[in-house]
Design a protein around this ligand. Structure first.
Ligand code: WQD
Length: 335
């Protein structure tokens, strides 16, 4: 196996994946435009992994600059994280999301084509399943109309990759994440907060840290046991390990396209998350119940059997550990 190019490799899931790749002795090249992270994350990855790697500050939409990386590095596989991922922001600014996420993918595929890169792993999302009523959900569930431009970029991104795989020798693995949470046990890397968090866990930890006054739980009148939404929360390190399995699978098998759900297979309600967070961290979280949030799916969690059986991967980290590492990480952050 030559070097694995990790686009967005200094981002939240990207940096945890880079750590796991280096830990397995896999050579890594990272490109990142630093729009949603800092260069200090590179130093922290190297501190955890005990080894360095080439980094290029490049926007994946800059095809010419990206081609220079392929010309100078022996890239035999790609893990493509580089994309914007805030659902709310995508609704406010759809063109920004289509420009960045779709054009970035197409730019990358032009390099893949020119340099005949054999494998690409794509960062996709359970958002492609839309407002489904079926959980646990398998990869066979129909892909429907997305509920945000962000979700549409994942659906369109997968379709572009499937069409590309049909006319090239490049193998495509699409990984559909459920809800990534938590941080590395070293507390050296985690989710970097940019602005007011959309997602539940950063909002919870910022409330616990006193940065936010209170958490509002969006709706407790759903048709679920405690009335709050249910999600499949998965530790970011478990997610990172799945990417190592995926790139190894692609390297050693012949196929055109494979899709995998990456979740624990267990649904947890928002209320259960709050209660568990308070218990494991021995604190009281200021929270209220408010109105539903537009676009929220009532309940969704993964059937991860396919990843278990084909990738030999299974999520192992408990909800308690997810919430403990999230709080440990938050406490390292300056206000
Ligand atoms: C989770 C639950 C909210 C904030 C995310 C990503 C999406 C995809 C899947 C990767 C919901 C509730 C939240 C708050 C709350 N991941 N909540 N108060 O919407 O499931 O989607 O994971 O691609 O891209 O956006 O995650 O964390 O926003 O919400 O009650 O202040 O927490 O209503 O039920 P979501 P989320």
């Amino acid at each position: 196996m030559g070097k694995i190019l990790v686009t967005g490799g200094l981002g939240y899931i990207g940096c945890h994946t880079t750590v796991e790749l280096l830990g397995k002795g896999i050579e890594v090249v990272v490109v990142d435009n630093l729009s949603n992270t800092t260069i200090d994350v590179k130093n922290r990855i190297e501190k955890i992994a005990g080894k360095s790697f080439p980094f290029y500050e490049i926007d994946v939409c800059n095809t010419e600059k990206l081609k220079e990386v392929f010309a100078s590095e022996n890239i035999t596989g790609i893990i493509h994280f580089a994309a914007f991922k805030a659902v709310g922001e995508s609704v406010e600014n759809p063109i920004l999301y289509y420009r960045n996420n779709i054009e970035g993918l197409i730019s990358l595929l032009e390099c893949v084509k020119e340099y005949n890169v054999p494998n690409i792993v794509f960062s996709s999302s359970c958002t492609v399943y839309g407002d489904t009523k079926e959980s646990p959900i398998t990869e066979e569930h129909p892909i429907v109309q997305a509920i945000s431009p962000y979700g549409t970029t994942k659906i369109v991104g997968e379709q572009i990759l499937f069409d590309f795989a049909n006319v090239s020798s490049t193998k495509v693995v699409s990984l559909r994440y459920f809800n990534p949470v938590g941080a590395h046990s070293s507390s050296l890397i985690g989710e970097l907060p940019i602005g007011i968090p959309n997602n539940l866990i950063p909002y919870v930890t910022q409330t616990a840290a006193g940065i936010r006054e209170k958490l509002t739980i969006f709706g407790n009148d759903y048709n679920t046991p405690d009335g709050t939404n249910i999600r499949d929360f998965i530790h970011v390190v478990d997610l990172a390990k799945a990417h190592v399995k995926a790139i190894d699978f692609a390297d050693n098998h012949s196929f055109k396209v494979e899709v995998f759900n990456l979740g624990t297979g267990k649904g947890t309600s928002v209320s259960e998350v709050v209660d568990t967070f308070e218990k494991v961290n021995s604190l009281s979280l200021n929270h209220i119940y408010g109105p539903r949030r537009a676009g929220d799916v009532e309940q969704i969690w993964a059937d991860a059997t396919k990843a278990n059986e084909i990738l030999g991967w299974k999520a192992e980290i408990s909800l308690e550990e997810m919430l403990r590492t999230a709080w440990d990480w938050q406490q390292t952050l300056k206000d």
